[in-house]
Design a protein around this ligand. Sequence first.
Ligand SMILES: [Zn+2]
Length: 69
Amino acid sequence: MLHGDNFAVVIPIEQKEHTDNKPFCDLSINPDCSCRKDLTAIQTLDDYVMQGLLTVEEALRTYEGKMLI
Ligand SMILES: [Zn+2]
């Protein structure tokens, strides 16, 4: 039994999951990512809400990686 031609190697495309505008990656794709425990990023979101830059709902969506700022 040879493995070769039909052996599909799935290489995940390197994506910038965490950026300044999007510090959290998609919750549904990567639920256990360490960004979800990043207190600095969470604090930043909190600050945005305090400054009125984001609504609480937007902040939550950002936390879940859904928000496109
Ligand atoms: Zn992440």
